[in-house]
Design a protein around this ligand. Structure first.
Ligand SMILES: [Zn+2]
Length: 316
């Protein structure tokens, strides 16, 4: 049995043929043409599915199901992409448009939830239940597998963990609230915190690390500064870790998952600067100090979205 997973991103559309255990047999990706409408993107995804299938030497008849992970809200029952903040999908009839090009059963999911399925089936959360996957990117995405199924909540909007409020009245968030976790724990947040620390510290080495241009600060800048012994970088990273750990502690105390996998570019930082301090802080805030939740690095990188989307049909 083979499946096709589609990872729908703002810059790239990626597709993979995946077996039932989550192994990728063939992969294809195409850059997103920013002029394309939502309907055109759905048709392009249909073509991509047909092409990746052919590249794997298979026909669409060999495919049990297709799944697509979108960066936003979907209604799988209706086959509609409700909205995506950074792409043009809005009330888009994806299933209908896709099936006009690629005649297979197709399931719709959210990209962060698909990544959780991917890590659970074939990555760092394999065999762990409940498993939570936290993706640290522009925002914070989340997904959970429990009892061998994806947790979706009522109408599919569960595990929007990036929008748990950790600082009432805090930094405004794109969702309309203030003080959401993603304003303190995402890659974007680390960049903001690093810049704020630089503005207070004109002597900091951080300025040298971004060639004097504060606009060039990246998620890794603070980590690089800490490695070179810079005090402002240390303060920035400590502030960031405190916010990140707070959200992780809340997840642990509410759900007590067996494992939390951290994904996204930030998760590639050295364990001694990220995972080890996070484990210590999260444990000290945990109600259960005897059987701690393991906090690990996600294993599949960008492939998690493809694998999870492909196997979405088995997880709903
Ligand atoms: Zn929010």
């Amino acid at each position: 049995m083979y499946y096709i997973g589609l990872d729908v991103g703002g810059t790239n559309l990626a597709a993979g043929v995946v077996d039932r255990d989550g192994n990728i047999l063939q992969k294809l990706s195409r850059p997103v043409d920013k002029r394309m409408t939502a309907d055109e993107l759905c048709i392009e995804l249909g073509r991509l599915a047909v092409d990746v299938c052919a590249a794997a030497g298979l026909g669409i008849g060999d495919i049990s199901a297709v799944g697509a992970g979108f960066p936003g809200m979907v209604d799988n029952e209706k086959g509609v992409v409700i909205s995506t903040p950074n792409m043009p999908f809005r009330g888009t009839r994806f299933r209908e448009l896709f099936r006009a090009v690629c005649d297979a059963d197709v399931y719709l999911g959210n990209d962060a939830k698909c990544a959780a399925i991917g890590e659970y089936m074939a990555g760092a959360a394999k065999g762990c239940d409940p498993a939570v996957v936290v993706t640290l990117g522009t925002g914070i995405g989340g997904g959970m597998v429990t009892g061998g199924r994806l947790f979706t909540g009522y109408a599919g909007s569960g595990t929007e963990i990036g929008h748990m409020i950790i600082r009432p009245g805090g930094v405004p968030c794109g969702c309309g609230n203030r003080g959401c976790w993603e304003q303190y724990g995402s890659a974007t947040a680390l960049i903001r915190i690093t810049r704020e620390e630089m503005e207070r510290s004109p002597e900091s080495l951080l300025w040298e690390l971004c060639s004097g241009d504060i606009g060039k600060v990246q998620g890794r800048t603070a980590f690089d500064g800490v490695k070179r012994g810079d005090d402002a970088a240390r303060r920035a990273l400590d502030t960031y870790l405190e916010g990140l750990a707070l959200g992780l502690s809340n997840i642990i105390n509410i759900l007590h998952p067996e494992v939390i996998c951290l994904g996204g570019g930030i998760s590639n930082a050295d364990d001694s600067l990220l995972l080890e301090p996070l484990r210590e802080m999260a444990l000290s805030n945990s109600f259960d100090k005897v059987t701690p939740t393991r906090i690990v690095k996600a294993a599949l990188g960008n492939d998690a979205g493809i694998v999870g989307a492909a196997l979405l049909c088995n997880m709903l």
